[in-house]
Structures are given as structure tokens and as C-alpha cells.
Design a protein around this ligand. Structure first.
Ligand code: AMP
Ligand code: ZN
Ligand code: FE
Ligand code: FE
Length: 277
């Protein structure tokens, strides 16, 4: 069990448990600290922070942002961001608006392909969250078009598949800068999933990136060693977490950092904030 799970999703984005329930599960698993890192939103923070405080857990504000780097999609995690920072908040609001516009385009494409799905059904799965592909996948399953999430992505929704319609994403350098200005520490999420190479990591470091997510359930041992080596070379901090979305796979606390690893992230954020007057 890790001390700090730095990658968790709730119903504020595409997870299936609400933010307080995610904190409960993490607590039962034995973690001491956790970050809620919903996609493009801080909406779960208030509920998660309150539950964490009641349970004596250390709550780290986080977010996972979908970003563009030269036409490629990358996910950037940010920790210790001030969720009241206006520029970051409006960039995330724009990302959520684009999720709704994207859904309309994706539904049109799926209908053309012979997979009609009702917008309202997707929005019902999204609940209070801005829609994402997992909500679309659940609607496809409910409509009997596919059997599983995995099938929905592999046949239709994954990048490069016929039902994949690109979403307009903010430039990664802009989102890193906005997070820094909001006192946050950024890390590139699951680089192994994108097979990110050294040159791309160099670019991200020049943009001001602080960390690399090393400990992620989809990373092989070789990938962990590879990215750890580059983190050391570029003086980037290792981060990690379970990327929990739903019970069934790896639970909260199944991946993450030890207490010293969390302290290093906190110290980097503190160094970025003006000293309290
Ligand atoms: P979106 O936010 O619309 O770009 O969707 C991205 C989310 O889809 C990820 O955070 C995962 O939760 C989920 N996802 C991506 N690829 C897969 C896959 N192959 N199988 C199941 N879920 C996936
Ligand atoms: Zn997700
Ligand atoms: Fe991600
Ligand atoms: Fe994630």
C-alpha cells in the first residue's frame, strides 16, 4: 500500500464513485494522503477535502488536464494548485465546454458508422460531469452496441479508431504555465501509454514541467526504470498513483509515492509560492 495515491478519479469527471466515496475507499485501503485528479475540473475538491479531514487523511488538490503537444494528446497532472486562480479556472471551464461540443461531433460520427446513441443517455452517464469518452462508452454498452468499455475503445473510441473525433485541446506549455502561476506542481501522466521519448521529455522540461508519473498501473517495470532514469537526468520529480476510476481493477493506494516523495512535491510547490506576509 502506498502512502500517497496521486491519481484518482471521481464522478466529478469519469469515475464511478463520488469524491467522498473515493476518499473512503482510499482510507479503508490504508493510504495516508491522496490527490483527487479529475479530468479538467476541481469540482470534487470540496467534498473530498471535507471527507479527508474527517478521516484524518492528507488531501492534496489535484487535476488531470488533457493537453496538446504538436498534435499529440498528453495528460498533465497538477498538484497543490490554487483552485481559485482565475486564469487556470477559465482554461478548465473552456476545456469542459469543448467536451460538450466534442460530444455532438462524436455522436454524429458514431451515427454515420451505424452506432446511434442518444445525447441524453450520454449526459445521464456524465451526471454533473462534463462528458468524456467513458460516458460515451457506457451509453454504447447500454444501447447494446458494444459489450464492454474495452470493446468500445478498441473498436471505436481510441485514438486512431473510426469513431474517434479529435477534441480541441489547450497547448501543454500554456497549461503548465497556468498551473505554475497557481502555485501548482505539474507532472506528465502515464508517459508509457504514449511511449513518450527523451526528446519530448526534454521539451516538457523546458516548458517548466516538474515531474514524471513513474508509478502507474499500465507501466511495465522497464518503463518505470526508463522514465526514472530520465527523471533523474532532467531533475524531474517522480509521481504516481492508481488512476482509479471504478472498483474492479486496481484500487486506491495500489500505486503511489512514499511520504518522502510527497514531501518533495510539496516543497517544490512551497518554493513557488510567495512567502506569507
Ligand atoms: P476523454 O477524457 O474523453 O479523453 O477520455 C479519456 C479517458 O478514457 C481516460 O481517462 C480513461 O478513463 C478512459 N480510457 C482511455 N482509453 C481507454 C481504454 N482503452 N479502455 C477503457 N477506458 C479508456
Ligand atoms: Zn479518465
Ligand atoms: Fe490520463
Ligand atoms: Fe487519469
Amino acid at each position: 500500500m502506498s502512502h500517497f495515491d496521486g491519481h484518482l478519479h471521481s464522478t466529478a469527471s469519469d469515475g464511478v464513485l463520488d469524491a467522498a466515496a473515493v476518499v473512503d475507499l482510499a482510507h479503508r485501503a490504508g493510504v495516508a494522503a491522496l490527490a483527487l485528479t479529475d479530468h479538467d475540473t476541481f469540482a470534487g475538491h470540496a467534498a473530498a477535502a471535507a471527507r479527508a479531514q474527517a478521516l484524518g487523511l492528507d488531501f492534496v488538490p489535484g487535476v488531470e488536464m488533457s493537453c496538446d503537444l504538436g498534435g499529440r494528446e498528453l495528460h498533465i497532472l497538477a498538484y497543490f494548485v490554487d483552485r481559485h486562480a482565475a486564469d487556470l479556472d477559465s482554461a478548465l471551464a473552456a476545456a469542459r465546454t469543448e467536451r460538450h461540443a466534442h460530444l455532438a461531433r462524436a455522436l454524429a460520427r458514431l451515427a454515420e458508422l451505424g452506432f446511434p446513441v442518444e445525447r441524453d443517455v450520454v449526459l445521464k452517464f456524465a451526471g454533473d460531469a462534463a462528458p468524456g469518452r467513458p460516458h460515451l462508452a457506457r451509453a454504447l454498452i447500454a444501447a447494446g452496441q458494444v459489450a464492454t468499455m474495452d470493446e468500445a475503445f478498441k473498436r471505436l473510441l481510441a485514438t486512431g479508431r473510426p469513431g474517434h473525433v479529435p477534441r480541441r485541446l489547450p497547448a501543454v506549455e500554456r497549461m503548465i504555465a497556468l498551473c505554475q502561476a497557481a502555485g501548482g506542481v505539474t507532472s506528465v501522466a502515464h508517459p508509457g501509454i504514449y511511449d513518450l521519448d527523451a526528446a519530448t521529455l526534454d521539451t516538457l522540461q523546458r516548458f517548466g514541467l516538474d515531474g514524471i508519473e513513474i508509478y502507474h498501473p499500465e507501466h511495465s517495470t522497464e518503463q518505470r526504470l526508463y522514465y526514472l532514469r530520465h527523471a533523474e537526468r532532467l531533475r524531474l520529480l517522480p509521481t504516481g498513483g492508481s488512476d482509479f476510476h471504478a472498483p474492479g481493477k486496481l484500487g486506491p493506494g495500489g500505486e503511489g509515492l512514499d511520504a518522502a516523495g510527497l514531501d518533495r512535491l510539496r516543497a517544490r510547490s512551497a518554493a513557488r509560492r510567495p512567502p506569507a506576509a
